[in-house]
Design a protein around this ligand. Sequence first.
Ligand code: AMP
Ligand code: MG
Length: 442
Amino acid sequence: MNEPLPPSLAQIASCVAGYDPNALPVAQAQEFIARLVPRVKAVEMVALRSSLGRVLARDVISAIDVPSHDNSAMDGYALRGFDLASGADTLLTVAGSGFAGECFEGEVPPGHCVRIMTGAVMPAGLDTVVPQEFVKVGDDTAQVRIPAGVVTTGDNRRLAGEDLARGDAALRAGRVLRPADLGMLASLGQAEVPVWRRLRVAFFSTGNELRSIGEPLPPGCVYDSNRYTLWGMLQRLGVDLIDMGVVRDDPVALADAFRTAAQSADAVITSGGVSVGEADHTKRVMAELGDVLFWRIAMRPGRPMAIGRIAGSSGDAGNSAGHNPGAILFGLPGNPVAVMVTFYAFVRDALLAMSGATAQPLPMLRCASIEPMRKKPGRTEYQRGIVTRAADGHWQVRITGSQGSGILRSMSEANGFVVLGHEQGNVAAGELVDVLPFDGLV
Ligand code: AMP
Ligand code: MG
């Protein structure tokens, strides 16, 4: 089978209006990445419970009506709307009863009603349910009195197929399955669900100053924290993880790590070593092993980033027909906050798209800024904010202390990103700003 070759990075760049690798607006970088990333191809069937958080690979068409019959929405008495007296009480004779999972069989003569429970099938010919709390039952329990005006024809009856009609698409391919979806699939009697296979993501940290937990910390060294934030963010996305540790700044070790990662994973994420003037070997090795671009993005934090494809075996990435075109490379900056910001700004959506998920914009809050915020036009800023509810019920936000891209505490203290758009200048106190809440994200 000859798959069409994926476009080269140069071809993709030519499709992105206003592409400038040295001052790339966030929106353009996102567009570029959306054009670059392929989607997984393999589908697997999983048990209904195992499908939570997975991406649906096929539309699910309802083979049945849900509910399958008209049924009662209340405990009460089923009747014919036609029998209701206008402007006066209605007296009806109880012909029998029907409970959930059962069905009152037989004819209900005019002037009669049936005691019915929530979920029970509506007896033939009856179209209305009066809730029991409205009904007066006298000494003679075979008779009920329904006060005028408490019910009109069609009330408290659920129609067959009103949740899902046979032939309707219950769920569309590309949906990340949530608890309600599992319930829907169960209501259709579906025991197994077709989902895209999980994405495999390899990641490692680069830098000679990095030490792993458990090692001594000589002067000038730092513990590798990026691998833990990355692990956490990836874990939340539900991808399969390949943690490759810290790779030292050595061309052979780096080339080995990139090759192994690209062979075993769909995407490779690194942190560190991509900034301008970086003395180490990371950028050179990336460029040698793949089709890779080095960007300076008009954003803060997170300016430098490498993006491209890395070949799993020898040969040019993406240039030999029929071969694995290589893993997608996300070379993130090294600073701990920049790693998280670039992950959420670019990598998250890209990995979801690779996993087969349909893009869903994340809901933002509009919050009043409690204090002025400094902001330069011409770049997108992701300031770390703390959102609270004002006494009048409105949402308000303030910035965590120092916004340095190495201050991970700012991410830990914040509960959302204050996203200040490309054109935005300084923000005055009281001005409304967009906040991307971490809930549902982190
Ligand atoms: P780089 O982009 O490699 O120049 O790194 C920028 C800054 O981030 C430096 O101060 C690094 O020490 C720091 N850094 C890089 N990688 C990590 C990591 N995995 N964990 C913590 N800090 C890091
Ligand atoms: Mg470095």
